[in-house]
Design a protein around this ligand. Structure first.
Ligand SMILES: Nc1ncnc2c1ncn2[C@@H]1O[C@H](COP(=O)(O)OP(=O)(O)OP(=O)(O)O)[C@@H](O)[C@H]1O
Length: 290
């Protein structure tokens, strides 16, 4: 069931076109990962969906009978910074905004700040502030959750707990729209990937589709040879060289290894890996710039 419709949204800042005719349908009970380079426009798109900044044109529609503000939860990149208020007060203040809030105890538990409820926010570490900001995003028991770089500053235990909570929220029927530069975290959890690039949604699909479109394997090796020496290889999706280190993405690893045979004497440290999401995205950029 569609919960959110974005139609022909455009946004420019000065002469810079940030969003160019973006249209999307967001289904309920799914996790959508919005990825792209710094400055690609991810936060701008979330801000526009939430009506926090004006769009130049287009339409954003939440398909719900309720007031959309009551069914959305938001965790932006900046942590909430109210210095003279305790954890307990800010949780209850946020709860008071919503018609059907989660209980104070539930939110305190999500924040992991049971031992700090009477402390001021000033005393919290960066990771603790992030977890509190997440708990506040859940205050209204939202149907749709927007998370902009949620795990920045969290240690690995907090990250694991956070993604488990996200998985649990998805299973309970929530829709989660998340941006992150920690792509390996998204890879295991997101149902759908949107790549925002050159002001448009350059890719919209599953990680499986991205892999099958962009090549599945990564071959790495060191060589004193020149990039041009490998130009004749047929089964290359992309070739990156940093110093003497070569990275090749291929759809057909056996065929490529056969093609590399004549070069083997000039190659060291040959490794075959599954391409990571980072590599696929880097490669995606190169393909679309061609
Ligand atoms: N208020 C503003 N005024 C002018 N330019 C802006 C404004 N807000 C954003 N921009 C520009 O719009 C572009 C997109 O910014 P945005 O913050 O949406 O990117 P992002 O994909 O979220 O980046 P990051 O991954 O670094 O968070 C950038 O070039 C940014 O400088």
């Amino acid at each position: 069931m569609t919960i959110l419709e974005i139609q022909h949204v455009n946004k420019t800042f000065g002469k810079r076109v940030v969003l160019n005719d973006i249209s999307l349908q967001i289904e309920s009970s799914s996790i959508i990962a919005l990825v792209g380079a710094n400055g690609a426009g991810k936060t701008t798109l979330i801000n526009i969906i939430l009506n926090l900044i004006p769009k130049d044109s287009g339409q954003v529609t939440f398909l719900t009978k309720n007031n959309w503000k009551q069914i959305t939860g938001v965790m932006m990149q900046d942590n909430i910074a109210l210095h003279r208020i305790t954890i307990k007060e800010i949780i209850n203040l946020t709860r008071s905004y919503f018609n059907h809030p989660l209980s104070y105890e539930e939110l305190l538990s999500v924040s992991g700040l049971e031992d700090h409820q009477n402390s001021l926010m000033t005393g919290l570490s960066g990771g603790q502030k992030r977890r509190l900001t997440f708990a506040l995003a859940l205050a209204g028991d939202p149907k749709v959750l927007f998370l902009d770089e949620p795990t920045v500053g969290m240690d690995s235990n907090s990250r694991n707990a956070f993604w488990q909570e996200i998985d649990h929220l998805k299973k309970s029927g929530k829709t989660i729209f998340v941006t992150s530069h920690y792509l390996e975290e998204l890879e295991n959890i997101a149902d759908r990937f949107l790549i925002l690039q050159n002001s448009i949604i350059a890719f919209d699909g599953t990680i499986k589709q991205l892999r099958s479109r962009e090549g599945q394997s990564l071959i790495e090796f060191d060589s004193e040879l020149n990039q041009m020496d490998f130009k004749g290889l047929q089964d290359i999706v992309s070739l990156n060289v940093v110093g003497h280190h070569f990275q090749i993405i291929t759809n057909d690893v056996n065929q490529l290894l056969a093609e590399l045979t004549p070069y083997l004497k000039a190659i060291d440290n040959l490794q075959i890996k599954q391409a990571t999401l980072d590599t696929l995205l880097l490669n995606y950029k190169e393909n679309t710039h061609e």
